[in-house]
Design a protein around this ligand. Structure first.
Ligand SMILES: C[S@@+](CC[C@H](N)C(=O)[O-])C[C@H]1O[C@@H](n2cnc3c(N)ncnc32)[C@H](O)[C@@H]1O
Length: 310
């Protein structure tokens, strides 16, 4: 896994903004359209779960480019106020610019704060909380959900949509174990390179999986954390979608990564493959990637809950 795997901001880089604005799409307009249309479906589900109403204040945690909050304003119009929080100043500035362009900036507030702290927000100050693809990266998920509970008014709802990457990591781990058990002279050239690729993007030992915030939880843990934070009326929907991957040009595909903390395949090949391995890998894999003859599985947990009236 790359340096800076905790994803914290440094002066030099902001992994979050770089991924959301570059490595999610590999710099390709068609690929970007495809990703954005899938994200719009996730955002819609999160907003449906929040049960928005005019006049309310919505807090969107880890707002990124503002996908959830701006879609909420589009849905509800001028009578919705949205607080966007994030740990990335670059993304908050970008979301603010988008809100300005959309003519809705007076309805919005932008706060630099982590999900685990939320110190600028007073207790019982918002009517609903949303979060999409954020908790997966937060090391202390229970602390973040306790903050959500603190800032929500009694009766307020939380609606989250999180990717669950555990199975990807377990698959990388299993492949590593199978290859390690083969006799040394066994020819698994392609699979060894695939394993190197997977292990660079996901933790690939049981110990590393248990320690990494993106893989050390399941959808059921999200329910448990919400319960421990004090929420009631908890409802989980776990979606597994198995589809054929969209065909993508090789050069685009290798410049994408599956999550903000993973290096791109191009970076992995440059740093972990020698020239002959790069040539062999491209020859074997590019027809599969470019034809879309590849199964792609997405696992998303959607959870809603309510802060009880005590
Ligand atoms: C995959 S992006 C999702 C962005 C946005 N929610 C969306 O749906 O497009 C993850 C976001 O979480 C933010 N983030 C990561 N760790 C965070 C933390 N501890 N507290 C708050 N935000 C965090 C990142 O800056 C980034 O904007």
């Amino acid at each position: 896994m790359p340096v800076g795997m905790d994803g914290r901001l440094s002066r030099e880089t902001d992994v979050w903004s770089n991924w959301l604005r570059n490595h999610r799409y590999g710099g390709d307009a068609d690929y970007e359209r495809n990703v954005r249309s899938r994200v719009a479906v996730y955002v819609k589900r999160v907003l449906d779960g929040a049960k928005l109403w005019p006049g309310m204040t919505l807090l969107d945690i880890g707002a990124g480019e503002g996908a959830v909050g701006l879609a909420a304003i589009e849905r509800l119009g001028a009578r919705l106020r949205v607080v966007f929080t994030d740990i990335s100043p670059a993304l908050l500035r970008h979301a603010e610019a988008l809100a300005l362009c959309a003519g809705v900036v007076t309805q919005c507030k932008f706060l630099l704060t982590s999900a685990e702290s939320m110190s600028p927000l007073a207790g019982a100050s918002v009517d609903a909380v949303t979060s999409r693809a954020v908790l997966a990266y937060v090391p202390d998920k229970l602390a973040a959900l306790r903050q959500c509970y603190r800032v929500l008014k009694p009766g307020g709802r939380i609606s989250i949509g999180e990717p669950v990457f555990r199975d990807e990591a377990l698959a990388a781990c299993a492949l590593g174990q199978v290859l390690a058990a083969r006799p040394p002279d066994h020819s698994d050239r392609l699979m060894k390179l695939v394993q190197r690729w997977q292990a660079a993007q996901f933790p690939d030992t049981l110990e590393a999986i248990a320690q990494n915030p993106i893989t050390n939880f399941s959808e059921r843990d999200l329910v448990r954390f919400l319960q421990n934070a004090g929420f009631c009326h908890i409802h989980l929907e776990f979606h597994i979608d198995v589809n054929m991957a969209a065909p993508a040009p090789w050069e685009v595909f290798i410049n994408t990564s599956p999550h903000p903390l993973a290096p791109t395949l191009a970076e992995i090949m440059a740093t972990q493959f020698d020239a002959e391995e790069r040539r062999f890998f491209k020859q074997a894999m590019s027809p599969v990637i470019e034809s879309g003859e590849r199964v792609c599985t997405e696992r998303m947990a959607y959870v809603t809950a309510v802060k009880p009236y005590l």
